[in-house]
Design a protein. Sequence first.
Lengths: 382, 316
Amino acid sequence: MKEVVTGNHVVSHAARVGRAQVVSAYPITPQTQVVEKISEFVADGVMDAKFIKVESEHSAMVACIGASAAGVRAFTATSAQGLALMHEVLHWAANARLPVVLANINRAMGPPWTIWTDQIDSLSQRDTGWIQFYAESNQDIFDSILIAFKVAEQVDLPAMVVLEAFFLSHTAEPVDFPDQEDIDRFLPPRPARNTVDPENPAAFGGLTGPDHYYELKYMEHNAMLEAKETIAAATQEYGDMTGRYYKMADPYRCDDAETVLVVSGGVASTAKDAVDEAREAGWKLGSLKIWAFRPFPREEVRALLLGRKRVVVVDRNISFGQEGIFCSELKASLYSQPEAPPVLGFIAGLGGRDIKGRDLLAMAKAGEDPDCPEFNWYGVKP
Amino acid sequence: MAEVPKKLTIPAEEHICSGHLACQGCGAVLAMRYALKALGPNTVYTVPACCWSVIDGPFPYTTLGVPLFHIAFEAAAASAAGLAAGLEMVGKEDVNVVAWAGDGGTADIGIQALSGAAERNDNIMYICYDNEAYMNTGVQRSSSTPWGAWTTTTPARHFKKRPKKNLVDIMVAHQIPYVATAAIAFPEDVLKKVNKAKQIKGTKYLQIFASCPPGWRMAPEYAVKSVRMAVNARVWPLLEVDNGVYTITRKPRKPLPVADYLRLQGRFSHLTEEQVEEIQQMVDHNWERLLFLEKSTHEMAGIPLEEKKKTKEPDK
């Protein structure tokens, strides 16, 4: 069934049909509609869940951690400062191996106060041990959240679905909702293990010395790598159910492309239009959407990008003093590989400045200049 | 083996075993032991950073007979709220969910989450074992450290000049159903209050006064004695607040001089006679205040104030 729904309400619907049992959240622009809608669902009895209306994002994540430790499916949503406030306990959720799912509405970090999108909030959480998916459309948001629940619960790691402030959160698009029966088949009740229960009188997360801690991290990393196979299986199953097959790294018209634009989030949608326009003019341009940022699709980007003439990465984020974060990740994946293409990084769209198709084409064109620096700020006002 | 007396005032069953990592004379262990006797096995604990994060033992050991979930410092109450919601969703809402935190994790870094849970009246029991400083990190002052005390961050020549934060009244202000104080020198009272709290739905807050011999700079054998003296000197009044109605549960007829309580502990040894007298006045003032609260809240609720049998002699 198709409905026209805003990105934020899609998040709420995904939590409902994904049968989250405990939701704990704190309001922050631009996420508020997510929690408003979930409040209605729970109050109206159409969602069988407990909604803990906490006093901060830190407590929101902690309550999700507690609920998840008790064995249920826990969900929250936040943005920017809220995600940053959660930072400490994002580590806790991952290190406790709890499959909490979180929707983060990308919003730039203050100061100065801003409510518009960029990716620094979520990318700053790169090393917390969370699986991360970047949604391109409202349909993507819905599908990614269901896939996130499934993958997270299979590998015992938390997962974050990321969408852009306003461009997705407040924009209504047609979204296909699968039948609840099909969703329940795809996403059965959480197979919880080793829960906090009086019948299981263990200590969880107690003091651990150098003799054991190291191996726990090794296992956590392996779980993240295992998530690649789990994602592959889950997206296959989901595709068979809906006709929508997701890929960790998703190419568009790349087959004979000499230049590949690497993008993420809603910009990937704009990039498809830009590529179409370029193709009409005979320009061998393709685009590659990074849907899964963690685990990073290292093998996939190698398969797609080695041998190209060049790769132009558009980052709506920056690691100050280095470069765009997707750019660094790509370089790390391609380094020392045979036929590794030059990687040219462009920063664009921070703080919600629009990235239009013509901007993407301008960056791709600049990247084709043999004298193009490897790091560039696009469109800085004089 | 000594014969077990027929009539026990507290249950013999233990839910904590030996081999824990507490210091000698640790009051926090006694607090846990007594609380668990009342709570029983259908209980889960969530414990933020505090002495008990260490006392329970390193991975893969635990000293408790019930689950202990470790959580970040400021997060005890929120994690309890999450556990309670999760357990309810799996049909186990009869489990006692207990947040167990030290005074720093309660009165300082954890007060926001605690206030949130209390305002929502989440169905959790929050027990603060109060040893009046950050003992686990090596005796730094907390907001629960009393006026006059030495700690490593309030050196004797610059001792703490602010009074102990009154968490009891802060929790009463949240209008939760039950708030109580207890002390490890009065195990029956601890059990009675925990037993009462576990029958109540909503947020229950208990603050158990628990000595820390290394942090209080005294010999371990004074662990219980010092706490008994704190109660009998009215430094740590035993009380409970049922739906806003204050009741002092122990009224020493002839209170000990505060000086006797202070003298036992090295953390007060720098104080002059005048400063000790100043503390005595604070203690007296607080006691008068509590008597007033007890009387006025009983009157307002229309509940007659029972005259408790007063203890005869100061119990040293």
